[in-house]
Design a protein around this ligand. Structure first.
Ligand code: AMP
Ligand code: ZN
Length: 115
């Protein structure tokens, strides 16, 4: 837990978010500036700054985050057309919040390579 972290505050319900999933370890909520018809962020309770700090000890947690993303994709019926899961790390990748979050993006065609 980090006092001033935006996503820790969302986990602690100190800041409102449009939550779509919550359990003891993971919360998923609508991105405030969606870039696709489905744009959900999946975060762990643990304050981990980025994907780069993950260790083997986090394997179950990371699998849990992906499971939640897949479940939301099923609910929104975007599994057939496809969706993208993104973990941005650092400034060149455009990371703006330094609490691990998995982007679930779907509902439109997406280019490759990403911008
Ligand atoms: P990233 O650029 O990978 O660090 O992603 C951070 C994401 O958090 C961006 O897509 C923002 O639009 C989103 N975001 C920032 N503040 C909030 C908030 N209060 N509620 C929901 N999403 C947010
Ligand atoms: Zn945090």
């Amino acid at each position: 837990m980090a006092e001033d972290c935006l996503f820790c505050k969302i986990f602690r319900k100190e800041i409102d978010a449009k939550e779509v999933y919550r359990d003891d370890e993971i919360v998923a909520f609508e991105d405030i500036r969606p870039v696709a018809p489905t744009h959900v962020l999946i975060i762990p309770k643990a304050h981990i700054p980025s994907v780069h700090e993950l260790t083997d000890d986090h394997a179950a947690m990371l699998a849990g985050m992906i499971r939640v993303a897949n479940r939301i994709a099923d609910e929104r019926k975007i599994d057939r057309e496809g969706y993208r899961l993104v973990l941005n790390k650092g400034p060149q990748a455009g990371q703006s919040v330094y609490h691990l979050h998995l982007h679930l993006l779907g509902g439109r065609g997406m280019g490759w390579p990403p911008g």
